[in-house]
Design a protein around this ligand. Sequence first.
Ligand SMILES: C[S@@+](CC[C@H](N)C(=O)[O-])C[C@H]1O[C@@H](n2cnc3c(N)ncnc32)[C@H](O)[C@@H]1O
Length: 222
Amino acid sequence: MVRDEHKTARQNEELWDSRAETYDTRFRFTRRTQRRLVSLLSLGDNPRLLDLACGTGWGLLYAADRTNGQGEFYGVDNSSKMIEQAQAKFQSYNNLHFYKSRVEELPFDDDFFDVVMSSNAFHHFSNPEKALREANRVLKPKGKLYILDMTANNAVMRLANRLIHKIEPAHVKWYSTREFQALFERAGLCYITSERIFPTIEVHMAERSNSQSRDEILSRPL
Ligand SMILES: C[S@@+](CC[C@H](N)C(=O)[O-])C[C@H]1O[C@@H](n2cnc3c(N)ncnc32)[C@H](O)[C@@H]1O
C-alpha cells in the first residue's frame, strides 16, 4: 500500500493534539523508557541535543539532568498541543527549547547537534527515510543518533503491525532490526548496534557518516 505522507502527518497531528492534555497521566510508561534511553546516551560536556517527536518534553529534562544542566536541549513535535504542554511545564528552564515541526523538515542548520534521539515515535513518522536524512544532516561529524521504539522482530509484533491500523490509523509501522539497519544505511547513517531495554522495545544507535559520503547521499532524490 502506498501511503499519503501528508494525510498520515495530519492524522498524527489530530491524534496527538487530542491526547496532549492527558498524555502525562495516560502514557506514564513512556517516561520509564525515556529515562532508559537517556541513560544510554553518550553526552560529552555541554552537548547540543535534539529530541525528535519530543511529545510533552520529559526526555529533554532527563538529558539536562544527566549533564547537571550543562548544554542546550531542543525538542520538535508536530503536535502544537504537545509542544504547548512541554513549554508550559518547563518554562523555567532556559536551556530547554521546544518547536512545532515535522521531523521530516527540521528547522535547524547542518552540523548543529552532537546527539539526536527519539522515543516511542518512529512508528508514526510518515516518511521515516526523510526523517533519518534530516537527522543525518543536522548531526555534527561523529554525532550520534539513538532511536527507541517497539521493534517487530517476532511473529506477534508482525501480526500487531497488520491489525493496529484498525484502531490507530496514524500508526505507520513498527520496524524490525533489519529494517532499521536498512533505513539507517539508506539515509547515510552508520548503524552501530541495538540494545533491548524492555521486551520488544529496543534502542537503535547510529553515527553520522563522513562528510563526503553524507553530502552524496543527502543530494540523491528520495
Ligand atoms: C507516543 S508520542 C511520544 C512522545 C515522546 N517522545 C515520548 O516518548 O513520550 C508520539 C509523538 O510523535 C509525534 N509525531 C508523530 N509523527 C511526527 C512527525 N512526522 N513529526 C514530528 N512529530 C511527530 C506526535 O505528535 C507525538 O507527540
